[in-house]
Design a protein around this ligand. Sequence first.
Ligand code: 218
Length: 184
Amino acid sequence: MSKNMLVLTEAAIFAALAMSLSLLPDFASWFTPSFGTIPLILFSLRRGLKAGLLAGLCWGLLHFLLSKVYYLSIPQVVIEYIFAFLVMGLAGLFSTPLKQAMAKGQTAKVFSLASLGAITAILVRYLFHFWAGILFWSDYAPEGMSPVLYSLSVNATAGGLTLLVTLVVLYPLLYVQPKFFQGH
Ligand code: 218
């Protein structure tokens, strides 16, 4: 199999894995962490920006295929299911430096770069949800609460929990399976 074909096949597998984790019940309503983020960030760190963006876009599009879209309006859906999922691939910006730090055995740098990848992707994604929360979800705010504060509380919590669950998987994997990130 050619390298390109291998990367595309992996993108499809990781997008499907992310989507299957998105099917877990939202036990804490909109505060629930996004478990699908875990495989998507692992894949982006392994294969880089272009492959990560593709996998992120596929993950977003799979929500339409499986009727898992919360629809309020077309602009809301474009922001929250196209852009917000696409940018999960931004973790791939750190793929090459991560591989270099691994090759040189720079443990602290490896963990910093992997963390930066996860933080960047999750922060940008939840900025989109925060923005959408203000623009489209303000009707759901408790009485007397400002839309900005409501969206911030919901999306900062969900984003923070998403980062937490991602790092809980990412850190041990960097130790026990570094080859995964080196693309072997
Ligand atoms: C305040 C608020 N409530 C709900 C949403 C919608 N939202 C939030 C996070 C993630 C997703 C994508 C599906 O997991 C959605 C649609 C919001 N942005 N803000």
